[in-house]
Each structure stands twice: as structure tokens, then as C-alpha cells.
Design a protein around this ligand. Sequence first.
Ligand SMILES: CC(C)(COP(=O)(O)OP(=O)(O)OC[C@H]1O[C@@H](n2cnc3c(N)ncnc32)[C@H](O)[C@@H]1OP(=O)(O)O)[C@@H](O)C(=O)NCCC(=O)NCCS
Length: 176
Amino acid sequence: MQPTLHTPRLTLEPFRQSDLEDVFAYAKDPAVAEMVTWPAHESVQDSQAFLDWIRQSTSDTKGNLFYVWAMRLNETKKTIGSMSFSMPSPETGQFDYALARTHWKTGLTTEAAKCVFDWAFNTIPELKKFQAMCIEQNHGSRRVMEKVGLSLKEVREKSMLVKGNHVDIAFYSFEK
Ligand SMILES: CC(C)(COP(=O)(O)OP(=O)(O)OC[C@H]1O[C@@H](n2cnc3c(N)ncnc32)[C@H](O)[C@@H]1OP(=O)(O)O)[C@@H](O)C(=O)NCCC(=O)NCCS
């Protein structure tokens, strides 16, 4: 079952239906959506589709876990972002994240990503590798990966079609 995780400033827990307005508040921001695969939410229905997708995609299958946590600020109880964990293979973990612009550059994504990284290695004995990827120009995301302990493996030019453009992708990983 998807665990609830705690960091000094955040609670990472499964999304609830009551998070809908909080999700829309950050996901409608074009700056948040600029370097991710999804378009900025145009209406609360897009945020509802995101919550529905999480509900349908969550997986407790050994070797193929898929969890998306709401990043909830302890101080205000507001959901200010999302952090996911997936398993491209039974020995490999991966995270992905997005945070409300109002909280950028305060160390929160690093705090949450480190927590998920530690949780994964502490609870999945088969895990040997952790990886993450982002658009090459996403300097904030690259720094988060580096600060958690991943290193740059390669930049693959024009390797992903994102919103109609072929973009360069930076691949990071950590091996136990
Ligand atoms: C990328 C993102 C997750 C970074 O989150 P964050 O909470 O601001 O990151 P942190 O505060 O933990 O910062 C980690 C490091 O990145 C740096 N950083 C953050 N944003 C940056 C930016 N836009 N440009 C350069 N460095 C940046 C911070 O200064 C910090 O480095 P430092 O400790 O050496 O100073 C956030 O900007 C975001 O949600 N962006 C939109 C969605 C997105 O791109 N998600 C990732 C998809 S792969």
C-alpha cells in the first residue's frame, strides 16, 4: 500500500479528491508546465482527469510499483505539488515531480525527492538503480537530481516529442 512519508516541511501522501482546487492552482501555471510533458491545465476538469489518472494508475504490484504523492505543506496543509515513483524495471526506480511556482527554490522538491529516494532503497531490497530525466534546459530539475545523488549519464538530442517539439533529454542515474 502506498505509504505516507514525512519530511521536515512536507507530508507526502496519496492525493485526495479534496486536493482538486490545489492541483488546479499550480497546474494551470504555464511556467510550471513549460518543461513537462503535460500542458498547463485549462480548467478544473483537467485537474480532475489528473486525479482520476492517478487513481487508475496507482500500482502495488511488486517490481512495478507506481505511486504519486501529493506534496502537502505541513504549515498550511495545502497541496503544492506532486512527486511520483515508478519502476521502469524491477531493479530500477524513477521519480518525477512538479511544484507550485510560489514555492520554487526553497529546497522543497529536493527534500521530497530525497525522501522518496531513501524510502525506495530502504523498502525495496531488489532496487539497484535510480534514474530520472528531464528536458536538457530544465536547470532546476537537473539540480534536484544532482542534490539527491544522481549523476548525469547522457544528453540525448531530440529524443522526445514534447508538445510538438523534439527536445533534448538529460538522463541521470544512481547505482547502488
Ligand atoms: C524543477 C522544480 C521541480 C525545482 O523545484 P524546486 O523545489 O524549486 O527545487 P529546490 O528548491 O529543491 O532546488 C534545488 C536546486 O535547484 C536550483 N534551482 C531550482 N530552480 C532553478 C532554476 N529555475 N534554475 C536554476 N536553478 C534552479 C536551486 O537553486 C537548488 O540549487 P542550489 O541548492 O545549488 O541552490 C520546479 O521548478 C518545478 O516544479 N518546475 C516545473 C515542473 C518541472 O519542471 N518538473 C520537473 C520535470 S522533469
